[in-house]
Design a protein around this ligand. Structure first.
Ligand code: SAM
Length: 220
């Protein structure tokens, strides 16, 4: 089949970014601080979602009218900042991560953005935190961006906790293109999960070639 998407040159990637909503001062500060941490060897900056993906996630959160959201894999907090900004003032976002150090940076920027009152952070293994939540429809939106071998378990635990029509976003589902030639455990985990989701009638599924691949699932 003739592809309708193509790999972006650095110039086109800049163009895409420049043609999308730009990060404001707080978001730009968070992106810069994360990059500085990476330069000092304190964190891999590539873990942070791309600015245009953040813009999409903020828009989607608002357009879906999501009031309750959950994030698995928060790091220094950029994706959570975008989701929280798309929520109404009385909305809530629960963030799950294991790193106290990286999420301390997140907390500081959420405070600066005036969003601390709508974000709760729980530290610990995300699968255990998820299983400890009531297994009843609670969330309108979920974003999964933690350990790739854990994705299948996260999706399974999210299913009963999502409202009907609830949406799950899964990051890195193209694995840098390695889904066609899986090299490690994480690549294999995503190849298996992508195939399973496409065949699962409980989900409406689309894998979007945005950034490193962003899969959107709607609970039927
Ligand atoms: C790719 S980063 C998340 C990036 C973030 N969404 C952003 O845009 O900045 C992955 C995060 O998942 C967390 N993580 C990895 N394994 C985890 C686990 N088993 N439970 C909870 N968090 C985990 C890591 O601590 C890390 O902060």
């Amino acid at each position: 089949m003739t592809p309708r998407s193509f790999l972006l040159t650095p110039e086109l990637a800049d163009y895409v970014r420049a043609s999308s909503e730009a990060p404001d001062e707080v978001a730009a500060g968070l992106i810069a601080e994360t990059a500085a941490m990476a330069e000092r060897g304190e964190a891999p900056s590539t873990m942070q979602i791309a600015p245009e993906q953040g813009a999409l996630m903020q828009l989607l959160t608002a357009a879906l009218g999501a009031r309750t959201a959950i994030e698995i894999g928060t790091f220094t907090g950029f994706s959570a900042l975008c989701i929280a900004r798309g929520l109404p003032a009385d909305g809530s976002l629960l963030c799950l991560d294991i790193s106290e150090e990286w999420t301390a940076v997140a907390r500081r920027h959420w405070e600066l953005a005036g969003l601390s009152d709508r974000i709760e952070l729980r530290l610990g293994d995300a699968l255990e935190s998820l299983r400890a939540l009531p297994a009843e429809p609670t969330y309108d939106l979920a974003f999964v961006d933690a350990d790739k071998t854990g994705y299948a378990g996260y999706v399974a635990e999210l299913y009963p906790r999502l409202h009907p029509n609830g949406v799950v976003l899964l990051d890195n589902t193209l694995r840098d293109g390695n889904v066609l030639d899986p090299r490690d455990e994480s690549d294999h985990a995503l190849v298996e999960l992508n195939a399973a989701l496409a065949a699962d009638p409980r989900w409406e599924t689309v894998l979007m070639p945005l950034a490193d691949g962003l899969t959107m699932l709607r609970k039927r």
